[in-house]
Design a protein around this ligand. Sequence first.
Ligand code: HEC
Length: 183
Amino acid sequence: MKMLEKFDFNAGFFAACALLIFLVGATITTAYPAFTEDSWSKPNDGLHQYSESQLNGREVYKREGCWYCHTQQIRTLEPDTKRYGWRGVDAPISVPSEYVNDYPHFLGTRRIGPDLARVGGKYDKSWHRAHFMNPRDLVPGSIMPPFPWLIADDNGRDFDDLVNYLQTLGRSRDWRPAHDYEQ
Ligand code: HEC
């Protein structure tokens, strides 16, 4: 094939074609969804502005590096929807409208621990207290580090705020059948 031979001998032609293919891929994955996804930049019906306490909780989440180990995104895959589901109900897949108030967002890149996008309401405050004091007391073999200073310093203000924030995660979707451990 004459056309394909050209790739072997013409570096400029090769580079131009490679760039074109890259641009098509980049446009499809970045620009296209913004035009076709309805929920883009519009908040969910159940989404509320963060309170001051929840905003500080987000700062704690950022400062302590929770996002190094935890993602906040339910992908379109069964292992995600099943694993992060609740009493036999699948977790809803994440949509852009859930993140409208998140700046910066904590989508995360690595799952060293479980995804937290649907963790709001899963555990009550005393569970979180015991878990941050020493995760291994509750989950034998856990590799999550303890965060005792959140509870010890400043009368546990950072702990209170962090839990207030964690309890918002996934709540705008109102998906749990029997609801949950309310605070
Ligand atoms: C070094 C990685 C690492 C860091 C940093 C980390 N975690 Fe974890 N986390 C884990 C692992 C692993 C688990 C699973 C075992 C367990 O529950 O302890 C977990 C579990 C959890 C759970 C329970 C999730 C569930 O569905 O059962 C919550 C909530 C949580 N982490 C919150 C946090 C918060 C908030 C921070 C920051 C203050 C944090 N983690 C920092 C690794 C980490």
